[in-house]
Design a protein around this ligand. Structure first.
Ligand SMILES: Cc1ncc(COP(=O)(O)O)c(C=O)c1O
Length: 400
């Protein structure tokens, strides 16, 4: 896929504040982008209405087909991701399903990393086959070799997460893009765990970036949203057909909350990155911990790939206690500051058990095959003081 890459001149911490929308609204000079909470926009005349419908003139007329607050979010995301255009969705799952539906037709094949987030897994396993789209899997621990075995002339889309949810395997985006492109397939990357702050898949050859904006972009655990970033042609199709006709739009209020989240993303991500590393090191040295996966630890088997494609390592950690699942359950029941909850990338540290929670759509066989062990505990380290998170985990580990 051909794409123009806008160059970013300032540090990303500055760009999240000032990039793209220095002034929220050019007419009123409001600093914050206003919430255009209107379903309908009026036409100056019947002729103007017809011209806007015919795309001869730019204008808004109905929020499902375009809303200024939602567009401000889409443009800012495209800018921050080094892409041409963005398309917002009601949720991350909307962004993922919208991407697949934009690319794949009946009879096409898709190769996905194994494992993937639980609802992405059930979309691929339970929903897509009903529409005649065949899904093949490439296990994440030796992904490139596995991908080469699964990809074929029928493959239209390669879908990955990196870091992978919940095993925190790292996939080499550049090498994956090379393989996908040899077969004329597109590479779509779910960048939710890393965020554009730490990793820009388009710069490494990916064609499409997808997000659950619910996570680090919102940052406050109070909004559900999704966004896809790619080139003009792809996003144009997505908006014209997938958004307009399937209708899974983002609301103007959610777009406004996400724009607000973006403005503080620099300081938040700095805290997430710092705390992620501190907590990972603490866990790695704890006698009750059997293993830890964090891309910033040299002990991670994919550390070199992480170093190559990530500027920092985010705050998602997978680990297992020597006492397995029962010990993990005790840990979750004894934390006092950390919160036992799914989701990620929000201010508070969240701890959860993928096999029985986020990835409960997997059968016992699929959990085993994909490498999600029964005892795997997933941690999304928040922006509290790192030492407080560590003290809380330490007191809970004492009870395990
Ligand atoms: C990696 C990843 N992608 C996509 C999603 C789905 O996002 P949403 O809940 O916004 O639909 C999630 C949700 O946890 C996720 O972890």
């Amino acid at each position: 896929m051909k794409k123009k890459k806008p160059k970013m001149r300032r540090n990303i911490a500055t760009e999240v504040v000032h990039g793209q929308n220095v002034l929220g609204d050019r007419k009123t000079r409001a600093l914050s982008v206003p919430i255009y909470q209107s379903a309908v926009f009026t036409f100056e005349s019947a002729e103007a209405g017809a011209q806007i419908f015919a795309k001869e003139k730019k204008g808004y007329f109905y929020t499902r087909l375009g809303n200024p607050t939602v567009e401000a979010f889409e443009q800012k995301m495209a800018y921050l991701e080094n892409g041409e255009c963005g398309c917002a969705f009601a949720s991350g799952m909307g962004a993922i399903s919208g991407t697949i539906l934009s690319v794949c037709n009946q009879g096409d094949e898709l190769v996905a990393v194994y494992p993937v987030y639980g609802c992405t897994y059930s979309l691929l396993v339970d929903v897509l086959p009903r529409w005649g789209i065949k899904v093949k899997w490439a296990k994440s621990d030796n992904f490139l070799t596995n991908l080469k075995k699964q990809i074929s002339k029928k493959t239209k889309l390669v879908l990955i997460e990196s870091p992978v949810n919940p095993t925190i395997d790292i996939i080499d985006i550049k090498e994956t893009a090379k393989i996908a492109h040899q077969y004329k397939a597109l590479l779509a990357v779910d960048n939710t765990f890393a965020s554009f702050y730490n990793q820009k898949p388009l710069n490494h050859g990916a064609d499409i970036v997808m997000y659950s904006a619910t996570k680090y972009i919102s940052g406050h655990g109070d909004t559900v949203g999704g966004v896809v970033i790619s080139n003009q042609k792809f996003i144009g199709y997505m908006k014209d057909y997938i958004i307009r006709d399937l209708g899974g739009i983002m609301s103007p209020f959610n777009a406004w909350l996400l724009l607000r989240g973006l403005r503080t993303m620099g300081v938040r991500m700095q805290a997430h990155n710092r705390n992620g590393m501190e907590v990972a090191k603490f866990l790695a040295n704890h006698p009750k911990v059997a293993w830890v996966r964090y891309p910033g630890l040299e002990s991670h088997p994919h550390y070199k790939i992480a170093k190559k494609q990530m500027s920092d390592f985010s705050s998602m950690i997978a680990f297992e206690l020597k006492g397995g699942r029962p010990a993990g359950r005790k840990l979750m029941n004894n934390v006092k500051l950390c919160v036992c909850a799914v989701s990620l990338g929000e201010a508070a540290t969240l701890i959860e058990h993928p096999a029985s929670m986020t990835h409960s759509s997997y059968s016992a066989k699929a959990l085993k095959e994909s490498g999600i062990s029964e005892g795997l505990v997933r941690l999304s380290v928040g922006i509290e003081h790192g030492q407080d998170v560590i003290s809380d985990l330490a007191q809970a580990l004492d009870k395990c």
